[in-house]
Design a protein around this ligand. Structure first.
Ligand code: UGA
Length: 437
């Protein structure tokens, strides 16, 4: 059991804090945003993440999880300090390390005893070395700390599950002592099998970028295969299923769609590209994944225009799903933003519905209509576009939809609708890379 302080209560910080307390550690989640801390202390969780509320409540009540806006005293109380602040995209695609730098300075001013300083935030390869230098410049005794890179592999929407049952935990450090301390934090994980990999700091940092970029590449690849399937009369689902049966390929992240979004893939690909450029190395595959993704988002809007015979003027279109994927209210880089912009630019009217992301999208588009359920949002519309693979969209009542809609156009960018049913009810539809019925 370790005393841990996590700095930053975004989705990574909160899930990490809750998860580490679930493993039996004593954790303080600290943040300079005292309003947020106040809310957390009164049981209000600022993000939607399945299972998070339950484990926060349980560990809070069992005095293993605390929330504080007093960063300095929280650091002093900890043996392990975890940096989990945001690293947004900065100039030239490079990650903006403003928040990380500020936390590192605060930590170095409050090193009252030996501590492991651990970075969870996604930082460019080489950042760990810089952090070590900064802290060493600020303290007298170099033995007061060890540094660890411990990247996160948490998918929004299944972050709690990913934390508690990870495929792998990467501990990047040049200190055996710090490695053992980190292993102790993750102890419940290796009672049966050991998912822990012990690497250098730079290797750990690279594993994070290499993993995200590879997954993004896989998506861009299957999206391009889907587009070619459309032209040649092949079905991308059959192709992906068969490809996935090959263990070397695997069936994960082979689902075609409207283009990947979120706060990670788009930003991390740009950051990796920027790092490679700074080192005068070309990474054409990463560049290609970015370009293919931009094209995919455009291709979806082109599909809609085709379905409407090149005229969206005054047409009302219901956008079902605003989040960048299901089970989250995060809309960052969501393909639905491109879709809504496109419809508005072409004179169309947007009705929007997402089970939990309406208020987030309202911050970007405050002049479109938002609805509390699917069926209200589709009344008297000319078309529907499915943008997020929420489960409730998989089982739509087409009979009711047909009755409510003015038109009969459906664009399914997630390939979740049953094509037999769409044909049976006389919809004019399109999707991504499937053989139409
Ligand atoms: C991603 C990684 O999956 C996590 O391992 C990583 O820790 C995280 O980034 C991060 O760096 O913090 P996340 O962005 O939450 O997680 O979501 P994903 O499930 O990876 O999906 C990303 C995008 O790809 C979504 O827009 C999703 O709809 C799309 N996608 C995913 C597809 O279009 N097809 C697929 O087969 C899978």
């Amino acid at each position: 059991m370790k005393n841990i302080t996590i700095i930053g209560t975004g989705y990574v910080g909160l899930v990490t804090g809750a998860g580490m307390s679930e493993f039996g550690n004593k954790v303080i989640c600290a943040d300079i945003d005292s309003r947020k801390i106040g809310k957390l202390n009164s049981g209000l969780i600022p993000i939607y993440e399945p299972g998070l509320e339950e484990i926060i409540k349980k560990n809070f009540e069992n005095s293993r999880l605390f929330f504080s806006s007093d960063i300095e005293s929280s650091i002093k109380k900890a043996e392990v300090v975890v940096i989990a602040v945001g690293t947004p995209q900065g100039e030239n695609g490079m990650a903006d390390l403003r928040f990380v730098d500020s936390v590192v300075n605060t930590i170095s001013r409050n090193l009252n005893s030996y501590k492991v300083i651990c970075t969870k935030s996604t930082v460019p390869i080489g950042t760990g070395k810089d952090i070590i230098k900064i802290i060493n410049n600020n303290i007298h005794d170099k033995k007061m700390f060890d540094y660890v890179s411990n990247p996160e592999f948490l998918r929004e929407g299944s972050a709690v599950k990913d934390f508690l049952w990870p495929d792998r935990v990467i501990i990047g450090t040049d200190s055996d002592k710090a490695y053992k301390i980190m292993c102790d934090i993750y102890r419940p994980l290796y009672i049966n099998k050991n998912p822990i990999a012990y690497t250098s700091v730079e290797t750990a940092e690279m594993i994070k970028y290499a993993s995200n970029s590879f997954l993004a590449l896989k998506i861009s690849y299957i999206n391009e295969i889907a587009n070619l399937c459309e032209l040649l009369g092949a079905d991308v689902h059959d192709v992906a299923n068969a490809m996935g049966k090959d263990g070397r390929i695997s069936d994960k992240f082979l689902h075609p769609g409207p283009g990947f979004g979120g706060s990670c893939f788009p930003k991390d690909l740009e950051a990796l590209l920027a790092v490679s450029k700074n080192n005068e190395l070309k990474m054409e595959t990463v560049k290609a994944a970015i370009i293919a993704n931009k094209n995919q988002k455009k291709r979806m809007t082109r599909k809609l225009l085709d379905l409407f015979n090149n005229n969206l003027n005054k047409c009302t279109i219901s956008i079902l799903g605003l989040a960048f994927k299901a089970n989250t209210n995060d809309i960052r880089e969501s393909a639905s933003i491109d879709m809504i912009n496109f419809i508005i630019e072409h004179g169309g009217i947007v009705n929007a519905y997402d089970p939990i992301a309406n208020s987030e999208m309202y911050k970007i588009f405050d002049a479109i209509e938002y609805y509390d359920n699917v069926y209200d949002s589709i009344k008297d519309t000319d078309g529907i576009v499915i943008m997020t693979e929420w489960n409730e969209f998989r089982s739509l009542d087409f009979k009711r939809i047909k009755k409510y809609m003015r038109g009969n156009i459906i664009l399914d960018t997630r390939n979740i609708l049953n094509m037999d049913e769409l044909s049976e009810f006389g919809f004019t539809y399109d999707n991504v890379g499937r053989i139409k019925k």
